[in-house]
Design a protein around this ligand. Structure first.
Ligand code: ITT
Length: 189
């Protein structure tokens, strides 16, 4: 079985990624003893995904996978985008982030949005690949459901009338931006 380190400290991402990549053994940062925070200083998903992989590869010299993702809201000119995890401030909780977003869309009819994930697979400095996945949908009027993480309670995927917070993890893992990016990765590796 192939081993890859996942350069993420988000346990929800780990669960979703391990679910889609089940034949591959994912090593977590905790398992390899890395407990620092990786600073995400780029302004693109690709750039931040690369920073996460490079940081871990330089220390461990083993294949690394990373996920940089976010929510792009059309009316807000694609904000919060790469800043999704810190939309309401550096130490913001998921709830603080989605409440700020709902406030910024108060009385706004245009609620179009999409999730984007960029997966970076870093085998060596000469062998780096990127895989992108998107999920289009809209922002709910109020939070609903407790499944998933981040903005899931306020995001309604196209073709559904419930939020990702209400839909099951099986459904999310079939249609999500992350699942779509990982399917592309699976086709190559
Ligand atoms: P790592 O960098 O350690 O992987 P992170 O949570 O900081 O974890 P990002 O920098 O990629 O990850 O920020 C992504 C943010 O976008 C995340 O914190 C959520 O707020 C949001 N997000 C990404 N994917 C999501 C999903 O599937 N459902 C809901 N929100 C999501």
């Amino acid at each position: 079985m192939k081993n890859i380190i996942l350069a993420s400290s988000n346990p929800h991402k780990l669960e979703e990624i391990q679910n889609v990549l089940s034949p591959i053994k994912i090593n977590t940062l905790l398992e390899i003893g890395f407990i620092d925070e990786i600073e995400e200083t780029a302004n693109t998903f690709e750039g931040n995904a690369l920073i996460k992989c490079e940081t871990i590869y330089q220390l461990y010299k083993k294949p690394v996978i990373s996920d940089d993702s976010g929510l792009l809201v059309h009316y807000l000119k694609d904000a919060p985008g790469v800043y999704s995890s810190r939309y309401a401030g550096q130490n913001a909780t998921d709830q603080m982030n989605y409440e700020k977003l709902l406030n910024n869309l108060n009385d706004i009819a245009d609620r179009r949005a999409k999730f984007v994930t960029v997966i970076c697979y870093y085998q060596s400095p000469r062998n780096i690949a990127y895989f992108k996945g998107e999920l289009t949908g809209s922002i709910a009027e109020q939070p609903e459901g407790y499944n998933g993480f981040g903005y899931d309670p306020i995001f309604i995927p196209e073709g559904f009338n419930q939020t990702l917070g209400q839909l099951s993890s099986e459904i999310k893992n079939r249609l999500s931006h992350r699942a779509r990016a990982l399917e592309k990765f699976n086709l190559v590796f």
